[in-house]
Ligand binder design. Structure first.
Ligand code: AMP
Ligand code: MG
Length: 208
């Protein structure tokens, strides 16, 4: 497969959106790391991510959304805390685990009845999600043995020949992964530390 490394333009964004809609893969920048994206609601597309990364398919993916309508499209039983956290930290490097709707396939969630959701703070990522018209499942855009990529060149060096397109939106700003909080447990729990600290979260919703 030929891999096209493209600067972000209206044309390349439209092309990338068309690839996502048709079930293909596009690597794109978020503020944390470069992501390897596919339609989060298309089971075949999500499966392609595991294949390209060489990642075990029971490892769940984060669904990236562009607005709160998309949150309600993929999640149900959304607690008040989720809206408070979204209001304060989205767009940004906070991933929330919530109960999934049936529309989200098992390939995206690794068979779980919950889904990880986040709104990235990167204009290219947000515009790609809008153009695709669907939440985009995206782990870091590296094969499983390599570190998470912070430049489009890193992605190209690792995934050349495995994916059709890389959108070059410049270097990422944060370079570490999002904080993950589980809001489906009785007491919200931080599952993965990240840029946003437990203290930041506790200040808003109480102890975690
Ligand atoms: P990343 O590799 O940065 O894309 O992060 C994906 C990680 O999010 C997974 O390895 C899990 O640790 C976590 N994750 C995603 N979905 C869920 C979920 N439904 N429940 C718990 N953890 C999840
Ligand atoms: Mg990773």
């Amino acid at each position: 497969m030929q891999t096209y490394l493209k600067q972000v333009t209206p044309d390349s964004l439209a092309e990338a959106g068309a690839i996502i809609r048709s079930g293909g893969l596009v690597a794109f920048p978020t503020e944390t790391v470069y992501g390897l994206g596919a339609d989060a609601l298309n089971e075949n597309a999500a499966a392609k991510i595991y294949e390209a990364k060489g990642r075990p398919s029971d490892n769940p993916l984060i669904a990236h959304i562009a607005d709160m309508d998309m949150l309600e499209e993929v999640c149900t039983d959304i607690p008040e805390e989720a809206y408070m956290l979204a209001d304060r930290f989205w767009p940004g490097p906070l991933t929330m685990i919530l109960k999934k709707k049936d529309i989200v396939p098992n390939e995206t969630t690794g068979g779980l009845d919950t889904v990880a959701v986040r709104m990235p703070d990167n204009p290219v990522a947000l515009e790609l999600i809008r153009q695709s018209g669907t939440p985009i499942a995206a782990p870091s855009a590296n094969t499983s043995v390599r570190p998470s990529p912070t430049t489009a060149q890193h992605v190209y060096g690792d995934l050349d020949g495995r994916i059709p397109m890389i959108l070059d939106g410049g270097d990422v700003i944060i370079g570490i992964e999002s904080t993950i909080i589980d809001l489906t447990s009785e007491i919200p729990a931080v599952l993965r530390p990240g840029y946003i600290t437990p203290g930041d979260i506790e200040a808003l919703i109480g102890s975690v």
